[in-house]
Design a protein around this ligand. Sequence first.
Ligand code: MLT
Ligand code: MN
Ligand code: ZN
Length: 298
Amino acid sequence: MLLLTLGTAAGGGVPQWNCACPGCTGARAHPDRRRSHDSLAVLGPEPSSWFLVNAGPDVTEHLETHPRLRPGAGTERTPVVRVLLTDAELDHTLGLLRLREARHVEIYATAPVRQALRQRLALDTVLTPYTTLTWRDLPPAGHSPAVIAGIEVCAVPLSTKRPRYAAEAQQDDSWVIAVRLHDPASGRTALYAPALAGWTEEFGKEAAAADCVFIDGTFWDDEEPQRLGISARTSTAMGHLPIDGPTGTAQHLASLPARCLYTHLNNTNPLVDPLAPQHGVLAGRGLEVAQDGMVIEL
Ligand code: MLT
Ligand code: MN
Ligand code: ZN
């Protein structure tokens, strides 16, 4: 399978329209530092077989970036768009509204995510006059995987963190998941986890068994949101383990055999500046920062 990193930023992107922090200012001065909302395209073995993991506000620009994601020659329109969701957050789901020109949109999600989108965001009501929506379950690891574009996919439950618009909804550990992607032809596995609230035993096992891990790189350290004045809470309290520090993900990832790449970077994260010394710290541990537009063959 081919993995295409369509976007690598947290909600708001880099730069964020209403922000003049050093990361956003730097991205305005250096367009190559711009990052769009995190999303992954997975290209299967057949010529037109692909699907997305998450569909954020940039989705239709994303679909123009790679020739294989564009419609075929002539008048043929893309017949169906398939989207897997890691959660119901707006930065991962607003793009579903932008896919209304599709004839058919298939959405793979866990039960609480599906319920939030159908009941709270009223996606059926809004989109059904434009397109056909099909909702599909994303089976948890340990069950028969769904097979999409020749790739076996399943959900690794991560946390009960609900979007702010569903803050009082019922608790369920599959509000936020990692998507496991396994290519039976190559035997290789990738894990996509743009929001990781805690390093669970199950996630550790999944990461240890994967060949490639995309992981939450929202904040560099736990105090970053408070220090930069964007929240009174720590990174961990916001549902994102930091990269660095005693509870950070870098120490766990450094011992894994997988290729590990940070994604979902917030504009406050020093890593949005390619000259930041933190890049050297990660490189020393064999870890990478994902960029928009990477192509990874597994
Ligand atoms: C998150 O990643 O924590 C959410 O996208 C934040 C939000 O948009 O409220
Ligand atoms: Mn987010
Ligand atoms: Zn900013």
